[in-house]
Design a binder for this molecule. Structure first.
Ligand code: GAL
Length: 384
């Protein structure tokens, strides 16, 4: 090769290199990936934990759907450990990921990783949990998290008979003793869930129909670090000891997540409640939930837990894949909410999915008929 040709070749390589780096910034579309074949592109998927089956389903659904579209996928779980998740994301970036999908453990802990992603023009999609305090997050896919909280508050009121199933005023006037649980304070969703639930419950607390006997109505008092079942069980045990040792009974518990609900139910059963909501003389309180985890769906079918809020993770995965594909093809994904999710630095354009409350009566139509769980899995309380 003549030196002139070599120079030209070098110039071309440099130009390609520049085009390769000059995607226009994360969020402006992966124009550097638009001409690439899907099989040459890798998507890093960072999930929080495998201790909850919803996140396993999320990971599998996202991976399968991305692979179905031809992309390479690097799926990692972080055992709910923040340094592990940071390290996994660092590694995805170093290994040349073209896009990241992240369900954060601590929504505020990823700023330096996401700066590195932005520097490398890697679009970042925040999955279900909003990543906070950084401008380097491009899109958010989730459910309507405030409405999840409203659904939980409404389910508690319905279970107690304060509301009828159609939402109209019920005949029960209480007073009912309720206790309140919230999720992990480092998860942005926990605040939306609690706010939605409290906006729904507060008028009934003010009117005296509901009584929070422990007095613990602040999210800081109700919170459960890392959404741990054992932590919720321990707090429920402590509440029973501190506030119900005078013979009074708990009638309802606001729980924002099925894992916590199972801990709460265990504490109540160990203290002689139940085992079911119909049991006498000491019925299981009305306990809410979220995620339609299979163990909890069985508890609902068995009349132990009253309700859960179902979030179809298959649809969430689909939205994440739609958004990812848009970026990788050089386009902007379509948002249906551009106001709600301020992450402290900017409002992140979001695609929010609807949710559905599941009671024993609609397990079949909401979960079995839709193929989310089989009747056999519900009966066993275990996924196949
Ligand atoms: C939240 C999520 C809930 C539940 C919880 C515990 O971020 O929105 O659906 O899964 O984490 O894992």
């Amino acid at each position: 090769m003549s030196s002139k040709l070599r120079m030209t070749a070098l110039g071309a390589a440099l130009a390609v290199g520049l085009v390769g780096c000059g995607g226009g910034g994360a969020g402006s579309g992966g124009s550097d990936t638009a001409d690439a074949a899907p099989e040459d592109l890798t998507i890093g998927v960072a999930m929080p934990t495998q201790t909850s089956e919803r996140w396993i389903a999320d990971g599998n659904n996202v991976k399968e759907q991305l692979e179905g579209a031809g992309y390479q996928v690097d799926l990692q779980y972080a055992n709910d450990d923040i340094p592990t998740q940071s390290q996994q994301i660092d590694q995805m970036i170093t290994e040349g990921a073209d896009l990241l999908i992240v369900a954060a453990i601590d929504g505020t802990a990823l700023s330096s990783q996401l700066q590195a992603a932005a520097d490398a023009n890697i679009p970042v999609i925040s999955y279900d949990r909003l990543i906070r305090d950084t401008e380097n997050v491009d899109f958010y896919v989730s459910f309507d998290n405030y409405k999840v909280g409203v659904a939980q508050g409404t389910a508690l009121l319905t279970g107690l008979g304060v509301l009828n199933p159609d939402g109209s005023q019920g005949t029960a006037t209480g007073p009912f003793n309720v206790e309140l649980f919230a999720g992990s304070l480092d998860d942005n969703n926990a605040h939306f869930f609690f706010q939605g639930a409290m906006d729904t419950l507060q008028p009934h607390i003010d009117s005296g129909v509901l009584v929070v006997k422990s007095g613990q109505t602040d999210i800081e008092q109700a919170a459960t670090l890392r959404w741990q079942q054992e932590t919720a069980q321990k707090r429920m045990e402590d509440l029973l000891t501190s506030s119900y040792n005078d013979g009074s009974k708990v009638n309802g518990v606001l729980s924002p997540y099925d894992g916590l609900s199972r801990g709460i139910i265990t504490a109540l059963q160990n203290a002689g409640y139940g085992p079911t909501i119909d049991a006498q003389p000491n019925p299981m309180p009305i306990v809410t939930g979220q995620d339609a985890e299979i163990a909890s769906v069985k508890l609902i079918a068995d009349g132990v837990q009253d309700s859960t809020v179902f979030k179809d993770t298959r649809l969430l995965a689909e939205q994440a894949v739609t958004a990812a594909t848009a970026y990788l093809e050089g386009n902007e994904p379509e948002a249906n909410d551009t106001e709600t999710y301020d992450n402290g630095v900017k409002v992140v354009p979001s695609y929010l999915l609807p949710v559905e409350t599941v009671y024993a009566e609609n397990i079949q139509s909401a979960l079995v008929d839709t193929g989310y769980w089989t009747a056999d899995e519900v009966a066993k309380g275990q996924s196949d």
